[in-house]
Design a protein around this ligand. Structure first.
Ligand SMILES: Cc1cc2nc3c(=O)[nH]c(=O)nc-3n(C[C@H](O)[C@H](O)[C@H](O)COP(=O)(O)OP(=O)(O)OC[C@H]3O[C@@H](n4cnc5c(N)ncnc54)[C@H](O)[C@@H]3O)c2cc1C
Length: 619
């Protein structure tokens, strides 16, 4: 341990993760806190990090208020419908009312936006999406963050949050290590904004062995956004609401532009519209939700899964009609070149030209994230002008730990933010964090060297474990005294897959399975004390795994708590197969006691603010 040098940095605003939300937070913190010290710490390099690393072809959240295209209320209704009623409408509205200003800045900063030649407006792909030439989306927003921060630290993985030792439940900063130099970094901070993305690879992926890493979601998103707050006792919400994506098979290329812009459609192996076939069965499970427009994403997945289980697969996207139009053919290919080159390569390798062959679709393994068509994440305060008392405790986007804020995938209850909404939420969190400092809420924070040194010892323990235990290797990587990160990861993925509703069981689970899953996760947690790392890269893998494991515990506890099947197509509770609005029209909130490691869960009312306000106005 002594061989790892320690660096100390004191700052006002510490942003953990420089993805979309983190760059937004860093930028906005400077706007409100001209004289504050603002630091952003990133595991990779902010020029090409996070889910947008490779680029995007569409900004999926833009109201178009300047042209009267949509209003924030419309977006709240849309997200509420898609999530089967379960969203924090205060957070969604707050994001939606600010998101256009974010997109206009992207335009000013040089992001190439496609324009509708007839109207001069941004070219719409769908009601909420606008099209961009977005290969350089991430470097563009990173530049804004770089110009705003006092310092950006790349290649540092944050492993733990620091707590104030003077006042209970107040944040004190964060620690981590540099994956190149091996140095230990202590960031003592008045406020911390966690913006560390969602969680892939907690469920076993479809692609294993030589294809491992080929998932829809970025493989480097490892759940730090959840594990860091969970570890210090922050409350979480809707962690059961994992997402399953219907995407092009093997390459996971996006389908949005195909459905919305190219007007392609799906069919089963016999050329039938299979979604209609499952209408009555779905109505039995979820009642009138199946009649909502647009059909909630999970229910479309449900029809896909049922059809495949009934032997109607493979399911295809009908591209051969749209691709006869040379313009649409170009758009179809460019869609991948700007964000998922791998899909084009997969098609080439499988001899698929979508002009002549309809490509296959698949449903992905589940992921946990808070900004897409799902809303797992931290339980945060909303804005003071919108939020009911249960949803408001002083500072917008502050978690239930004082001075700890969140944005993007970190924040639960607010789905459909996407890239632009995550950047916007980072801005909102940063504005509130600056106000928290200006209100003198962060005075007198005490973080002792003892706290930092304890973490330092824990951080490098996997290196120590390997150094000692390698002498006992019996063959290859097998040792009785340690497990490697990949062995631990594969064990985690199997537990989640087989017990918590992954692909092995067609997303099915029940209380008995979940109980067993929790037992196995507890034993894994014990064994992870013995994870060994042979170098700094493996040390990162070890900590990614620990964060994934803690996130998984929380997901399993939540899935156990909600005794209904609210989102068929995302997962099924076989012992409670129906949606149950009488008992479960509510949000779920958990807290893990940092001392005992035990989770407690509660139901919290879901308020339908938008239409309630309208009803009140009408009466
Ligand atoms: C496959 C895919 C396709 C998408 N397509 C679109 C689209 O077409 N249009 C659209 O608008 N949106 C799209 N989105 C959504 C958009 O990418 C996300 O909403 C957005 O990136 C979320 O922002 P974030 O900052 O929360 O997470 P990210 O942007 O993923 O950033 C998280 C950052 O935290 C860093 N980090 C993680 N752990 C640590 C740690 N321990 N220490 C330090 N740093 C850490 C990561 O390296 C990363 O840079 C897509 C998302 C995915 C996954």
């Amino acid at each position: 341990m002594a061989s790892h040098k320690t660096h100390y940095e004191d700052c006002d605003v510490l942003v953990v993760g420089g993805g979309m939300a983190g760059t937004g937070a860093t930028f906005e913190a400077r706007h409100w806190g001209r004289d504050l010290k603002i630091i952003c710490v990133e595991k990779a390099n902010i020029d090409r990090s996070g889910a947008v690393a490779q680029g995007l072809y569409a900004i999926n959240c833009y109201m178009g208020m300047q042209w009267g295209e949509n209003q924030p209320e419309d977006h709240v209704r849309y997200a509420r419908n898609d999530l089967m009623g379960m969203v924090r409408e205060d957070l969604g509205y707050d994001m939606a009312r600010h998101v256009d200003s974010t997109v206009h800045m992207f335009d000013e900063w040089g992001l190439p936006m496609m324009k509708n030649e007839k109207t001069g407006r941004y070219l719409r792909e769908g009601k909420w999406q606008i099209m961009i030439h977005g290969e350089s989306y991430k470097p563009i927003v990173a530049e804004a963050a770089k110009k705003s921060a006092d310092k950006i630290y790349n290649r540092i993985m944050i492993t733990h949050l620091l707590m104030d030792e003077e006042k209970e439940n107040r944040i004190g900063g964060a620690v981590g290590f540099n994956m190149r130099t091996g140095h230990f970094h202590v960031f003592r901070a008045k406020t911390v904004i966690v913006a560390a993305g969602g969680a892939s690879h907690i469920f076993k992926p479809r692609a294993v062995g030589e294809g491992m890493g080929r998932t829809w979601y970025a493989p480097w998103s490892n759940g730090s956004a959840y594990a860091l707050p969970i570890a210090v006792g922050a409350k979480m919400t809707q962690m059961e609401n994992r997402i399953v994506l219907c995407r092009f098979k093997d390459g996971y290329g996006p389908v949005g532009a195909y459905f919305l812009h190219l007007k392609t459609y799906t069919q089963n192996a016999n050329g039938e519209n299979y979604e209609k076939k499952w209408y009555d069965q779905t109505k039995e499970l979820v009642g009138e939700y199946i009649d909502h427009h647009p059909t909630p994403t999970c229910l479309r997945n449900h029809a896909f899964i049922q059809e495949t289980m009934a032997g109607g697969g493979p399911i295809h996207m009908v591209t051969t009609e749209a691709f006869q139009d040379p313009h649409l053919e170009t758009v179809g290919w460019e869609n991948f070149l700007g964000m998922t080159v791998g899909q084009a390569v997969v098609w080439a390798s499988q001899n698929i030209d979508p002009k002549y062959t309809n490509p296959e679709l698949t449903t992905s393994e589940p992921y946990v994230m808070g900004s897409h068509a799902t809303c797992s994440g931290a339980w945060v305060s909303g804005p003071e002008d919108l939020s009911p008392p249960e949803y408001f405790w002083g500072y917008n986007r502050m978690l239930t730990v004082d001075g700890l804020f969140g944005a993007g995938d970190t924040v639960g209850g607010s789905a459909h933010k996407f890239s632009s909404g995550s950047f916007t939420e980072g801005r909102l969190a940063a504005k509130a964090a600056v106000k928290y400092i200006q209100d003198q809420k962060a005075e007198g924070i005490k973080v002792t060297d003892k706290q930092c040194n304890n973490f330092k010892e824990a951080v490098y323990k996997p290196l120590e474990t390997y150094t000692v235990a390698q002498n006992e290797i019996t063959g290859g990587t097998v040792s009785p005294s340690y497990i490697s990160p990949i062995q631990g990861l594969q064990r985690l993925q199997r537990i989640m897959d087989e017990y918590v509703g992954g692909i092995a069981t067609n997303y099915m689970t029940n209380a008995n399975m979940l109980k067993r899953g929790l037992e196995l996760l507890a034993w894994l947690e014990e064994d992870l004390e013995k994870v060994g790392a042979e170098d700094l890269h493996q040390l990162m893998r070890a900590w990614e795994l620990k964060h994934r494991a803690l996130t998984s515990q929380c997901v399993t506890e939540h899935t156990m708590f909600r005794e209904e099947t609210r989102w068929p197509g995302y997962y099924y509770r076989g012992d409670h197969m129906k949606l149950d609005d009488d008992n479960w029209h509510c949000l779920t909130v958990s807290r893990r006691d940092p001392k005992t490691g035990k989770f407690s869960l509660e139901k919290v009312p879901v308020y339908h603010i938008v239409d309630e306000n309208e009803k009140k106005k009408a009466s």
